[in-house]
Design a protein around this ligand. Structure first.
Ligand code: NG1
Length: 491
C-alpha cells in the first residue's frame, strides 16, 4: 500500500478554496458554485455552511468484478456532485432541493431508521442512502451517539445519469459527506468508502464498491488499483504520452430500474456459479451457503488458473434453470441467494434461467487483465499493450457477460477505427459510456473522426445537438477525490 493522500486511513480534506478542489477552476466552475449558493439561499433563506463534493469516475479496466472481490482500476473524473448544506435547528426535517429544476425537491424526517423508497426511483433516494449510511456506520462502529439534526441540502450534479460514470455514487458519497460534516463528524476515507458502498445498496442495486472507493480516494494525476476486503488503493501512473477519451453512446441505462434483469441478475449468476462450483469441488452444505463470490472458489483451489479450469470442467454452457441448480447445491443454498429483496426481484422476474459458465469466465479473465494492465503501466511498456487489454475486456463484456449493447459496440468500433489504441465500455454497461486509450498526438483526430462517424448522424436525427458534443465526447485526466469545501468566496 502506498501511503498517499488517497490512502484509506486519511480523512477527507476540508479545504477553503476552489483551487484546492479543481486545481485551476474555470470561470464556469466558479459560476456554478455561486449559482448553487444562490439556489440554497433562495430556498432556505440563508447561505450554506459548506459544500461536499464527490466526483464520478471512469473505470479503465475491471468491469463487473468488484462485487466478486477482485481489484479494479478506475480514476476519478472532473464531473461531480456537489451538495451545499446547512443545519436547520428549527425544521426538524431534511429538505433536499436541486439547482436543476427538472429534479423535484423532497422533504424527509430526520430519522436514520427510515426506509429508502425504492419503488419511487426518485433521485433523492441516493441522498437518503448517504444519510442512512452515516448513522449505520456510527452504530456499527460503536462510536458516540449522535442526535440527528434538521438539514437543508441543495444539490448540483454534472455527471450525466445512466452513463456509466457513476452519477449515483457521486451523489451518495457527496450526500454522506454533507451529512457527516453538518453533524460535526469526520471519518477516514477507508471508512467512508466502505459504508457508502453498503448504504448505496438501499437504492436497490447490489453495488460492488469500486465507485464509492474511487470517488472518495481518487487523486489528481493517478488512476487507482482498488482492492477490496479491506478497501485499499495503489497508485497507477498512466502513460504520459496518452489520454483517455470518453464517449457517451447515448443509450441510457438506468441501473435501478433494470436491476432485476441486468445488474442484480449478474450478481446472482456469479453467486450461483460460485456455489455450483463449490459443490462440484466437494463443499459441504454449510460451506456452499458460505460461498459468496467466485474469488472464494479461487481461494479454495489455490490460484486463478485452477479456478478457471474448474469452471471449464464443471460448468456447462447456456442456461441453467432453477431446478437444475437446486439439485446441485440444495434448496436451502438456492433460497439463501434470494434472501434479500433485491435478489428476490431477480428470481421473480427471471424467465430465461441463469448463465454460469460464461459469467465465470468473464470474471476470471477480467480479474487477470486488471493486473496485466497495472503491471504494464508500472513497467512503462508500449501503450499499445494496454489497448490490447482494453479491447479484450470489451470483448469479454460483450460476448461472455452480455452487458454491452449495439450502440456501445458501434462506438467502441468507431474509436478503434479512428486510431485509438484500445476501447471498451466502462461502468455497468447496457448503455452509457465507452473509454478509449489514445496517443496524445492523436486526440484531436480521434475526437473529430468519432464526431463524424458516430455522432454526426445522431445530430442529424435530433438525438443531440452540436452544443451537446463537448458533454458527450471528451478527453479526461485523473482528478481529485471527494472534499468538503468551506468558503463563501468563489473568485
Ligand atoms: P455504474 O453503474 O457504472 O455506476 C456499477 C457498480 C460498480 C461496478 C460496475 C461494473 C454501483 C454503484 N456501481 O457501476 O460497483 O460493479 O457497475 O463494473 O452499483
Amino acid at each position: 500500500m502506498v501511503a498517499t493522500a488517497g490512502a484509506p486511513d486519511v480523512h477527507v480534506p476540508v479545504v477553503s478554496s476552489l483551487d484546492d478542489v479543481y486545481g485551476s477552476p474555470t470561470e464556469e466552475t466558479r459560476e456554478r458554485y455561486r449559482a448553487l449558493a444562490d439556489a440554497f439561499e433562495r430556498a432556505y433563506g440563508r447561505a450554506p455552511s459548506g459544500f461536499a463534493r464527490a466526483p464520478g469516475r471512469v473505470n479503465l479496466i475491471g468491469e463487473h468484478i468488484d462485487y466478486e472481490g477482485y481489484s479494479v482500476l478506475p480514476m476519478a473524473i472532473g464531473l461531480d456532485a456537489v451538495v451545499a448544506y446547512g443545519v436547520n435547528e428549527t425544521s426538524g426535517k431534511i429538505r433536499v432541493g436541486n439547482a436543476n429544476p427538472e429534479y423535484t425537491e423532497k422533504t424527509f424526517e430526520t430519522s436514520p431508521g427510515q426506509d429508502v423508497d425504492t419503488s419511487s426511483l426518485h433521485w433523492t433516494n441516493y441522498v437518503m442512502c448517504g444519510y442512512k449510511g452515516v448513522f449505520d456506520f456510527l452504530e456499527e462502529s460503536g462510536g458516540k451517539s449522535v442526535e440527528p439534526v434538521g438539514l437543508d441540502l441543495m444539490i448540483d450534479g454534472t455527471v450525466p445519469t445512466g452513463s456509466g460514470l457513476s452519477s449515483s455514487s457521486a451523489l451518495c458519497c457527496a450526500s454522506a459527506l454533507a451529512v457527516m460534516s453538518a453533524h460535526g463528524l469526520s471519518f477516514t476515507k477507508g471508512e467512508i468508502a466502505d459504508f457508502t458502498c453498503k448504504c448505496e445498496r438501499y437504492s436497490g442495486t447490489q453495488s460492488g464498491g469500486m465507485d464509492q472507493a474511487i470517488s472518495i480516494m481518487g487523486e489528481a494525476g493517478v488512476a487507482k488499483l482498488v482492492d477490496f476486503n479491506p478497501i485499499q488503493t495503489n497508485d497507477v501512473y498512466l502513460p504520459e504520452n496518452c489520454a483517455f477519451v470518453i464517449g457517451n453512446c447515448l443509450a441510457v441505462s438506468n441501473k435501478a430500474e433494470t436491476a432485476h434483469e441486468r445488474y442484480n441478475l449478474r450478481v446472482v449468476e456469479c453467486r450461483l456459479a460460485a456455489m455450483v462450483l463449490g459443490r462440484k469441488l466437494g463443499m459441504s452444505d454449510e460451506e456452499v451457503v458460505e460461498t459468496q463470490t467466485l474469488q472464494d472458489i479461487e481461494k479454495r483451489v489455490g490460484n486463478m488458473s485452477s479456478a478457471k479450469a474448474a469452471a471449464e470442467e464443471y460448468l456447462h454452457d447456456g442456461y441453467y434453470d432453477a431446478r437444475e441448480i437446486e439439485e446441485i447445491i440444495g434448496v436451502d443454498a438456492f433460497l439463501d441467494v434470494f434472501s434479500s429483496p433485491a435478489s428476490k426481484a431477480v428470481l421473480n422476474h427471471n424467465v430465461t434461467g441463469y448463465k454460469l459458465l460464461s459469467r465465470t469466465l468473464h470474471v476470471y479473465s477480467e480479474a487477470g487483465r486488471v493486473h496485466l494492465f497495472a503491471a504494464a503501466c508500472a513497467m512503462k511498456v508500449d501503450p499499445a499493450e494496454l489497448g490490447v487489454y482494453m479491447n479484450g475486456s470489451h470483448e469479454s463484456c460483450r460476448a461472455l457477460y452480455e452487458c454491452s449493447c449495439p450502440e456501445l459496440d458501434e462506438l467502441v468500433d468507431a474509436f478503434r477505427a479512428a486510431g485509438a489504441l484500445g476501447a471498451r465500455l466502462t461502468g455497468a454497461g447496457w448503455g452509457g459510456c465507452a473509454v478509449a486509450l489514445v496517443s496524445m498526438d492523436k486526440v484531436q483526430d480521434v475526437l473529430s473522426q468519432v464526431g463524424k462517424t458516430y455522432y454526426a448522424s445522431r445530430i442529424a436525427n435530433g438525438v443531440i445537438t452540436e452544443d451537446d458534443m463537448s458533454a458527450v465526447l471528451f478527453a479526461t485526466l485523473p482528478s481529485n477525490g471527494a472534499v468538503v469545501l468551506k468558503t463563501t468566496s468563489f473568485d
